[in-house]
Ligand binder design. Structure first.
Ligand SMILES: *Cc1c(COP(=O)(O)O)cnc(C)c1O
Length: 374
């Protein structure tokens, strides 16, 4: 039976080889260049290690939401192209430009600020973001011409280097995504008419990259799938040939034999039906274990599947393990690779009424990440 080493209270084990292999697999499958998305601390896996692992798997560019995330990658020594696409109103792009961070540009104002950050011998790399239906940021179709014209002028005078045109899909349905793709193609044509024909065009994130081949366009921006998780409700990691990179685990911190009718955790929402053993697991909602999965969240304790009994507290929860022989120090796995007989992040997502993205991304800073490889 697996035990957690003495002294460990909780940990997220990050298998970086899984990230590398997932990227390799996805590159082959999509026959596209991969922009590996490591925003939000690499979906909880660690941004720097995720970027390094993805680049080792053949990703050619790193994507993050904001410039601060991009700068952190540069400070950690990541020299690959990095693009950031969500910006603070009025922020200067000078620091980003000084370390060669590329910018997703969603408005005329951002375009001018990007150009203002250029130095004499160094244009700022930009990806022009087109709004194609999602209703978030991006240059609106009615503004394509005026923004493209100015972008083309700024490129001609050496302020900007237009690296890409991009957009983002709703995944509402294949038809909705195809309609957005048509808008995107119109935008590409409008840009070309003004002399903008950048090397990259990218619109597909994991969902579309896996499901809608015509969205690939030779370059895909992949987040959840590189971590080995599925963007679909009805297909597992294994179905997609992916291996989950994160395992969240803790030792059993205490065991207690109790009689029938014993209350468990705040509110006594759970009462034992018969004499049984309660195991205390030192992970709680402060660590990102969703409280909404109280009474339901799946846990493998000592290699056997159980569920959370009663309410998940800030730091801990209880599992009723019946007569299963469980000792302090035995391993409790909340989620990992389901092919190894443990729950998956998607099982916690189901238990909490959310998606696997939120489960891994919210694992908190109090949980040490331990990197392994293979
Ligand atoms: C987060 C994000 C992605 C990655 O999406 P996944 O569904 O995790 O693959 C791609 N593009 C943009 C603009 C994003 O914000």
């Amino acid at each position: 039976m697996s035990r957690v080493p003495d002294g460990v209270l909780r940990e997220a084990v990050i298998d970086v080889a899984a990230i590398t292999e997932n990227v390799r697999h996805l590159r082959r499958l999509t026959e596209s260049e991969v922009i590996a998305v490591v925003k939000a601390d690499g979906y909880g896996h660690g941004a720097v290690r995720s970027a390094v692992a993805a680049l080792a798997g053949g990703a050619t560019r790193i994507g993050v939401a904001d410039v601060q995330e991009a700068l952190a990658l540069r400070r950690a020594g990541i020299t690959a192209p990095v693009v950031a696409w969500l910006h603070a109103p009025g922020a200067s792009f000078a620091e980003a430009a000084s370390v060669g961070v590329e910018l997703g540009i969603s408005s005329f104002d951002q375009l001018l600020r990007a150009a203002a950050a250029a130095s004499v011998d160094r244009p700022v790399g930009v990806h022009l973001k087109l709004e194609t239906g999602l209703g978030r940021n991006g240059i609106a179709p009615e503004d394509y011409r005026v923004v493209f014209a100015e972008a083309a002028r700024l490129e001609r005078i050496g302020k900007l280097r237009i690296v890409g045109l991009f957009s983002h899909l709703s995944n509402a349905s294949a038809d909705d995504d195809r309609a957005a793709l048509r808008v995107f193609h119109d935008g590409i044509a409008a840009a070309a008419a003004l002399g903008i024909a950048p090397p990259l065009r990218h619109i597909a994130a994991s969902h579309a990259a896996l499901d809608l081949p015509e969205s690939r366009m030779g370059c895909v921006r992949l987040g959840i799938s590189i971590y080995g998780l599925s963007p679909f409700d009805d297909r597992s990691s294994a179905d997609l040939g992916l291996r989950p990179a994160m395992t969240l685990r803790a030792p059993v911190a205490a065991v207690r034999r109790v009689p029938a009718g014993h209350g468990v955790s705040y509110g006594y929402d759970y009462r034992t039906e018969r004499e049984t053993t309660l195991a205390l697991i030192p992970l709680g909602y402060a660590d990102g274990v969703p409280r909404s999965a109280s009474g339901r969240g799946p846990v493998a304790v000592g290699g056997k599947p159980f569920a959370v009994a009663g309410r998940i507290a800030m730091d801990q929860f209880v599992v009723d393990v019946g007569d299963h022989p469980v000792a302090v120090g035995d391993e409790a796995v909340l989620f990992g690779d389901p092919t190894l007989g443990v729950p998956g992040a998607e099982d916690w997502a189901d238990a909490a009424g959310t998606i696997d993205y939120e489960i891994v991304t919210r694992i908190g800073p109090r949980v040490p990440r331990r990197q392994v490889s293979g």
